[in-house]
Design a protein around this ligand. Structure first.
Ligand code: ADP
Ligand code: ASP
Ligand code: MG
Length: 603
């Protein structure tokens, strides 16, 4: 007899009939001989409705009262589902997060789970009862017993955390789509179901806007080796399996807090090529990376930050053995990229072979503002200057001088209490599929871009800026520090751009502006009207031409790229918000992800 955790989302318990259907499915699982813990969300759009009510009273409701309010939604559904189980003669009991003992930090509206008490759960399971647990909520660890919530979409995280704590055989997430699709079927109806995805890929997709799974749920599944499946509430189809490498055993204490960083990764076999002062118009990146792909030259990091005037810089890294050929490609197309023949601003190619790439990786950094700042300040304290920065949701990569690499590894391993590893190509347990180059894509329209001009190029600047934001709880998403180096009053400077949640942009701008004079920074500019479109796939690690194909698809639609940031398994481009959906559709189709049959989403 196995223990199974099943989670049903808002749409799946949206009406009385659907709650009854869920009860029947749970009963079927019990009748097959399993013990079941069910986690449910609030019915339908209840949580949105509660948020709206609060906003009708005040634009700035207290976070504590928001938790008090929002946690009621789940309490309704656990009671109703339990009653529905009783009508089927199934013994069942509903429990709130507090009654279970889902203990969290007391960070209202975004609490992380510290530990889950299993005694009461175990007792009810031994009595043969189905336990119906309210998702999304917990209880603060202090004696005040504060009600907390985990952040929107957090019921997935409750479910996977319960599965980890109970060492359940599997955690099934039942939702209103057939599983994880190549992209959001509401935006791209041709999106296809994937039978399998690695947890690393899903982590990126989830944090890049694919809301089918809460990223923190994927993180827990990966850290604790929970077997995770996403399936439809309406059918018996198998859905999608999220597969993970076999994890190191870890304690259940500090469940979500243990280690924000899993590893320090480094690569000294890379060289950088930068193309400076190229025109800022659609098609330039497509041309450069198209030509590199034609020559089968694989690129690793690609970084393009905000433009200045009407020109931009693009930098990329490649293995040292390819440097000469990559430089030749860049040099050959540089002159052809001039905006008009009379233009005197020449594009220029710069190479650097004495560089190293150093990264920190770990899903625990999602939504935790201080992690990137800590990396930057650790490097700064060691007197190490950061050249380029490119981040993904689960990784921060910097290029530094090669001679600094050993020292950088040592100080970072020490600061984050981890061991270092060269860039790994994770072995998956249970994976049966060959990894496609691009597994899926995602769109995020909820971010704003903040650009800081002319940041002095000296150790400690990035550390200062991001620490400032972290101290105020502003969570930064993508960070890009570009190649462009300008002399301002004789001082070399670089631009740094980053993205934050739209709601946080005014605060981020005000914080940086307030420090601008002290730190000698230039203008701080916010742009709300952006969209981030991303492709994800572990197969792109050794496949040349992926970036080229993405950039070509976007340029064919006349879409200009405002920023580019990459990690080993993803490429993200910032485009104008108005181009977002068109960009997603173009990229989805360019990688052949659209199948012939449209996926049907039940209303
Ligand atoms: P639930 O209430 O069950 O938690 P959510 O609304 O949180 O459901 O998540 C499911 C929704 O996620 C789908 O209806 C779909 O629109 C959206 N979605 C976004 N990206 C993807 C994707 N790659 N695959 C599947 N669904 C996706
Ligand atoms: N009800 C919560 C929300 O709508 C949690 C969840 O559904 O996962 O965000
Ligand atoms: Mg959800």
């Amino acid at each position: 007899m196995a223990l199974i955790v099943q989670k049903y989302g808002g749409t799946s318990v949206g009406t009385v009939e659907r709650i009854q259907a869920v009860a029947r499915r749970v009963k079927t699982t019990v009748d097959a001989g399993h013990s079941v813990v069910v986690v449910v969300s609030a019915m339908g759009k209840t949580t949105d409705g509660l948020v709206k009510l609060a906003n009708e009273i005040t634009g700035q409701p207290s976070r504590r009262e928001m938790d008090m309010l929002l946690s009621t939604g789940e309490q309704v559904s656990i009671a109703l589902l339990t009653m529905a189980l009783h009508t089927l003669d199934q013994e069942a009991i509903s429990l709130t997060g507090a009654q279970v003992g889902i203990v969290t930090e007391t960070e209202h509206t975004r609490a992380r789970i510290l530990t889950i008490k299993t005694e009461r759960l175990q007792r009810h399971l031994d009595e043969g009862k189905v336990i119906v647990v309210a998702g999304f909520q917990g209880i603060g660890q202090t004696s005040d017993l504060e009600i907390t919530t985990l952040g929107r979409g957090g019921s997935d995280t409750s479910a996977v955390a319960l599965a980890a704590a109970l060492t359940a055989e599997k955690c099934e997430i039942y939702t209103d789509v057939p599983g994880i699709l190549t992209t959001d079927p509401r935006l791209v109806p041709e999106a296809q179901l994937m039978p399998e995805i690695t947890s690393d890929e899903m982590l990126e997709l989830a944090s890049l806007g694919a809301k089918v799974l809460h990223p923190r749920a994927v993180e827990i599944a990966r850290n604790y080796g929970v077997t995770l499946v996403v399936r439809s509430s309406w059918t018996d189809q198998p859905g999608t399996r999220v597969v993970s490498p076999r994890p190191q055993p870890r304690p259940l204490e500090g469940l979500e807090l243990a280690h924000p960083v899993d590893a320090v990764e480094f690569d000294t076999d890379q060289a950088k090529v930068a193309l400076l002062r190229i025109p800022d118009r659609p098609g330039i990146a497509a041309r450069l990376f198209g030509e590199l792909a034609n020559q089968a030259l694989d690129v690793d990091l690609i970084i393009q930050s905000i433009h200045e005037g009407n020109t931009n810089d693009i930098a990329f890294t490649t293995v040292k053995a390819n440097l000469n050929r990559a430089e030749a490609v860049a040099a050959a197309i540089g002159p052809a990229l001039r905006s008009n023949p009379a233009d005197t601003t020449q594009a220029e190619v710069m190479v650097d072979t004495r560089m190293a790439k150093i990264s920190i990786a770990g899903a625990g950094m999602i939504g935790r503002p201080g992690v990137a700042a800590k990396m930057f300040s650790t490097l700064a304290e060691a007197g190490i200057n950061i050249q380029l920065i490119s981040t993904s949701e689960v990784k921060v990569s910097c290029t530094i001088a090669e001679i600094d690499c050993d020292r950088a590894i040592a100080v970072l391993c020490n600061a984050f209490e981890v061991t270092s590893s060269p860039v790994p190509h994770g072995e998956m347990t249970g994976a049966t599929q060959i990894s496609p180059v691009v597994r899926g894509c995602a769109l995020d329209v909820k971010q704003a871009q903040v650009a800081i001009r002319h940041v002095p190029d000296q150790p400690g600047m990035a550390a200062h800026i991001f620490q400032l934001l972290a101290n105020q709880g502003v969570s930064v998403d993508m960070i890009i520090q570009s190649q462009r180096c300008r002399l301002v009053h004789g001082q070399p400077t670089r631009d740094i751009a980053f993205t934050v949640a739209q709601a946080d942009a005014p605060a981020a701008q005000a914080l940086v502006k307030a420090a601008a004079q002290d730190l000698g920074l230039g203008d701080v500019v916010v742009n709300d009207a952006i969209a981030k479109v991303s492709v994800v796939g572990i197969g792109m690690v050794d496949a040349p031409g992926v970036a080229a194909r993405m950039f070509r698809a976007l340029s064919n639609q006349g879409i200009n790229l405002q920023m580019i940031a990459t990690s080993e398994i993803k490429i993200s481009c910032v485009v104008a918000e108005a181009d977002g959906v068109k960009a997603l559709q173009a990229v989805h189709s360019a990688f052949g992800l659209a199948g012939k049959e449209a996926m049907v989403v039940p209303a």
